[in-house]
Design a binder for this molecule. Structure first.
Ligand SMILES: [Zn+2]
Length: 214
């Protein structure tokens, strides 16, 4: 496998590279080695300069138990679990699943505490159930948008509510809403001001709201 050479020389193996150049069986072997190599390079002790789940730079607090990662959001990790997780035979796959699961919960407003391997795997199962049901995800997204009601800016609070429902950061929530809008599953309409609103707040801005498409 000549193709593996350059990447090893640069000391870095990207997922893109693996997808392009290696057979599935080799890919899992190579990524296991890469994960082990990355882990071996990490300084040990109470400080975790890299997020164990996604290898991004992370800040830690609370004696190293709280990890604040740009990619994963925030999560708690009991002492010793990081080392235990990396010893799992399917760690490269588990690692990326866990990173997604932790991020999902963080953006749902429920940051997780990883306390043992079993609960970490349970969390991954929950995420997979969620990911395997796109219709349910869409239903929750539509509900979140529609139930927000009249607002000045339909791309503000309704999008935050969608993000909370689906566990997505704001840019991805917005993209999700745009896709629903493009498919005419939802649309933004001007609210008709009621007489009461006109009487009491003549200068209030025209409100908009998300409604289901026709
Ligand atoms: Zn991370």
């Amino acid at each position: 496998m000549d193709a593996v050479g350059p990447c090893f020389r640069h000391g870095r193996i990207t997922q893109e590279f693996l997808d392009k150049h290696t057979e599935p069986w080799l890919r899992s072997e190579v990524s296991k080695k890469a994960a082990a190599a990355r882990w071996a390079k990490k300084p040990r002790g109470s400080d975790l300069p890299l997020c164990v789940l996604c290898d991004s730079e992370a800040r830690v607090a609370d004696g190293g138990k709280l990890v604040i990662c740009r990619q994963c959001g925030q999560y708690r990790l009991v002492e010793g679990l990081a080392a235990e997780l990396t010893k799992e035979s399917d760690w490269p796959e588990l690692q990326s699943d866990l990173a997604r699961a932790v991020r999902w919960r963080f953006y749902q407003g429920e940051p997780v505490t990883l306390s043992n391997v079993t609960s970490a795997r349970w969390l991954v199962e929950k995420l997979k159930e969620f990911e395997e049901d796109p219709e349910e995800r869409e239903r929750q997204a539509v509900d979140a948008l529609v139930s927000t009601g009249p607002v000045e800016n339909p791309w503000d609070r309704p999008i935050a509510n969608l993000g909370g429902a689906l566990g997505l950061p704001s840019d991805e929530s917005r993209a999700f809403a745009e896709k629903l809008q493009a498919g005419n599953i939802v649309r933004i309409v001007d609210c008709k001001p009621s007489w009461t609103a006109l009487d009491t707040q003549p200068l209030s801005p025209r409100l908009k709201e998300w409604v289901r498409g026709e």
